[in-house]
Design a protein around this ligand. Structure first.
Ligand SMILES: N[C@@H](CCC(=O)N[C@@H](CS)C(=O)NCC(=O)O)C(=O)O
Length: 186
């Protein structure tokens, strides 16, 4: 998401792509040990994604058609939390981890996280933003295209989301930053 916006808005940000699984050295810049982390000229580092995306929007001159915080922030944060649910589910599957003791909660966390993602996608489909360069549209398209590249759940039955993702996926910024398929060989 961040790399797409940097390119679309031609922002003076230097990109440093990280490998996956990530180098533990990422914890030195971001206590979450994750990307994105945006290092500012004054040495401060911005994370997590919501704060990075909002900063990029400010760097771009706060384009009104890209983000209206009072209107769009709930949706943006919910999209980002759905991303967390997706990666939590896939990481659990990729590690092959399964219960080693009685399940005191009664559900499989990976299944629950995928259910959370599915509900968020339904919610987005019911009020889908336009496929322009806006924080919510870029975030949704990046989430869906990441799903495709990384073996996430099928989502194309949601036709408005499919239009949005397909419309943005052909743009050079999306093509140049498309996630590589993972697991290797998938
Ligand atoms: N909640 C974090 C999520 C960021 C995230 O999931 N980043 C992924 C890449 S898309 C990552 O760094 N994964 C490596 C890891 O979690 O170990 C945020 O909003 O920034």
């Amino acid at each position: 998401m961040a790399r797409v916006l940097v390119r679309e808005w031609d922002l003076p940000v230097e990109e440093e792509e990280q490998t996956f699984p990530p180098d533990p050295a990422l914890f030195d810049n971001n206590p979450l040990g994750q990307v994105p982390a945006l290092i500012l000229p004054d040495g401060r580092t911005l994370f997590p994604t919501l704060i990075v995306l909002e900063h990029l929007w400010r760097m771009a001159g706060e384009p009104a058609d890209a983000y209206v915080p009072d209107r769009d922030r709930q949706r943006l944060l919910t999209i980002l939390q759905a991303c967390d649910a997706l990666v939590a589910a896939l990481y659990q599957n990729w590690t092959g981890l399964r219960p080693v003791a009685d399940n005191l909660i009664g559900y499989d966390p990976a299944e629950r996280n995928l259910a959370r993602l599915a509900r968020v996608l339904d919610w987005l489909e019911s009020d889908c933003p336009e496929p322009g360069i806006a924080l919510n549209s870029v975030a949704i398209a990046a989430l869906l295209l990441w799903c495709d590249a990384r073996g996430g759940p099928a989502w194309r039955n949601r036709v408005r989301l499919a239009d949005l993702a397909d419309g943005l996926s052909v743009r050079p910024a999306f093509r140049a930053t498309a996630p590589q398929p993972w697991p290797p060989g998938a």
